[in-house]
Design a protein around this ligand. Structure first.
Ligand code: ADP
Ligand code: MG
Length: 249
């Protein structure tokens, strides 16, 4: 086949190229990431595993633009993003990238509904909000309903179980219609049953909505439910098993 006949190459959803990150503590330098090459195809669902301290959260924060690499590159859908100006990074974190954390990070003073709405309030700003609020609230309610929380809309985080808080956090991550969801040990604070519910919800989003997902976990059972597993060890990707991640495209 000549080059002209080749189908256009589809850019991966998310890529890191030779990402390095070190931390300085006193006189010692901790090299956490030493050239990490990572690729998530569109519609992929990869688990990142590795021992505690292996740099899983650091890698996820770099991918999610919460932290900058010392060197190397981060690409999303064919665009390099690690070198963008701060405002552009903020915009991507409020649109293309959704994040979920072990400790939920919900705002305690806000209800479940208000927590889910917060990213859209930030996006539109207070003045536009009055014209956007109705549509946004409908969207948030649909999302919360999908996660079985339609009778928890006005509960505050402390009135919710861990599993419910995490489902609110996932709804908040999805309200901006991200292309990729980054989840850092989302079941880490949950009992087995609630944790299984969260992973099932993620698997369903991947399967039915084609959402691309990176799931950080130290739990092998949970990792096995992703469609491929990447192991971080000694600062690099040790095993890259893309699994069936590209077969659903
Ligand atoms: P994991 O999520 O795999 O458990 P992390 O990415 O959180 O690992 O951390 C990797 C290593 O980097 C750990 O040894 C941790 O102590 C260290 N580390 C993480 N963040 C910082 C920081 N802000 N300053 C100094 N060291 C850090
Ligand atoms: Mg971690």
């Amino acid at each position: 086949m000549s080059d002209l006949e080749m189908p256009p190459k589809i850019a991966p959803m998310l890529e890191t190229r030779q990402v390095c990150k070190q931390y300085q503590s006193g006189t010692t330098t901790l090299e956490v990431l030493r050239g990490v090459d990572f690729t998530l195809e569109k519609g992929g669902f990869l688990a990142v595993v590795g021992q505690s301290g292996s740099g899983k959260s650091t890698l996820l924060h770099v991918m999610g633009l919460l932290d900058a690499p010392d060197s190397g590159e981060v690409w999303i859908d064919g665009q390099r993003i690690d070198n963008l100006p701060g405002r552009e990074k903020d915009r991507l974190r409020n649109s293309a990238i959704g994040m979920v954390f072990q400790a939920y990070h919900l705002l305690p003073e806000l209800t479940a509904l208000e927590n889910v709405l917060a990213p859209l309030l930030i996006r539109h700003g207070i003045f536009d909000w009055f014209t956007q609020r109705g549509i946004a609230q409908e969207k948030a309610k649909v999302l919360l309903d999908r996660f079985g929380l339609s009778n928890r809309l006005h509960h505050r985080p402390r009135q919710l179980s861990g599993g419910e808080m995490q489902r609110v956090a996932i709804a908040r991550a999805l309200i901006t219609d991200p292309q990729v969801l980054l989840a850092d040990e989302p079941t880490g604070n949950l009992d087995e049953e609630s944790g299984a519910g969260i992973i099932e919800a993620l698997a369903e989003l991947n399967r039915d909505k084609g959402l691309s997902i990176v799931l950080v976990t130290h739990d092998a059972d949970i990792a096995s439910q992703a469609r491929g597993i990447v192991r971080l060890a000694a600062g690099t990707v040790d095993i890259m098993d893309p699994g069936a991640a590209d077969s659903a495209a």
